[in-house]
Design a protein around this ligand. Structure first.
Ligand code: ADP
Length: 247
């Protein structure tokens, strides 16, 4: 039996002062899927991420999490608690704390910062952090101040912080913007590694990154779904070429 989708957006419409930023948009994400959401500026991609994480409420439509939970009207923090994590472009890390401290704080977010720093960590918690450090490639920079990391490393640290909260879905807004080629490639590999266990939606403008790392792409245009499929299928579509690739 096929598992139900981890996320399903049905007929979602978002209006800002009467202007329809998103119109009847559908998006279905399977468990363990890495989906790229692309389209020209103003297509409604960020607004869709905002709807999924509860920051923006749609005027019509429905968002369902894990096949059964209607999250359309839930508050942002409730949606986060259910397991949908959102990462914005600018990393929200604590720059004056070390890499390890940032991860510890994220893992034990329900405690106060003070208690987190001074409480003794259980062996199991220590292991989770070690595992995360290796996954994001910062195992040799545990004691570095987060503010001293490179741009790419800061992004990975924040992704590591998100992962310690064990989200089912990660929503990422242009994760490779401003990264070097090498950092971009490492990020693509990291996303694939994460998608073995979790589901990811990435809004992305870097088409080379999308070409290299996307298996399935959703193209939006003027608030609507324009095309969905593999990168090859999407690139062969005349409408996509017309509106997006400028051909
Ligand atoms: P994308 O991420 O694809 O570039 P957005 O989702 O940011 O597109 O925006 C879609 C449209 O909605 C744009 O025309 C944008 O100007 C408009 N928009 C986005 N947020 C707001 C807002 N808070 N108020 C008014 N208009 C908005």
């Amino acid at each position: 039996m096929k598992e139900s989708a981890i996320l399903q957006c049905d007929d979602v419409t978002v209006e800002f002062d009467g202007f329809k930023a998103v119109q009847g948009m559908n998006l279905k994400l399977e468990k363990g899927e890495l989906r790229f959401l692309i389209g020209p500026n103003g297509a409604g991609k960020t607004t869709m991420l905002d709807v999924i994480c509860g920051k923006v409420k749609p005027s019509a439509g429905r968002v369902t999490f894990d096949g059964k939970v209607d999250i359309t009207r839930k508050k942002e923090h409730q949606i986060a608690e259910l397991g949908i994590g959102r990462k914005f472009q600018a990393p929200s890390i604590f720059p004056s704390m070390t890499v390890a401290e940032n991860l510890e704080i994220s893992m034990r977010q329900k405690r106060t910062v003070f208690a987190t720093l001074f409480a003794k960590m259980a062996a199991e918690e220590r292991e989770r952090i070690e595992h995360q450090l290796t996954m994001i490639g910062l195992q040799d920079k545990t004691a570095w101040r987060a503010g001293g990391l490179s741009h790419g490393e800061k992004q990975w640290l924040e992704i590591g912080m998100m992962l310690l909260q064990e989200p089912e879905i990660l929503l990422l807004d242009e994760p490779v913007a401003g990264m070097t080629d090498k950092e971009t490639e490492k990020t693509g590999e990291l996303l694939h590694q994460i998608a073995r266990k979790r589901s990811i939606v990435v809004v992305e403008h870097d088409m080379e990154f999308v070409r290299n790392f996307a298996s399935k792409v959703t193209v939006m245009h003027e608030g609507r779904l324009l095309k969905e499929g593999s990168m090859d299928e999407v690139q062969r579509d005349d409408r996509v070429a017309e509106v997006y690739l400028g051909k």
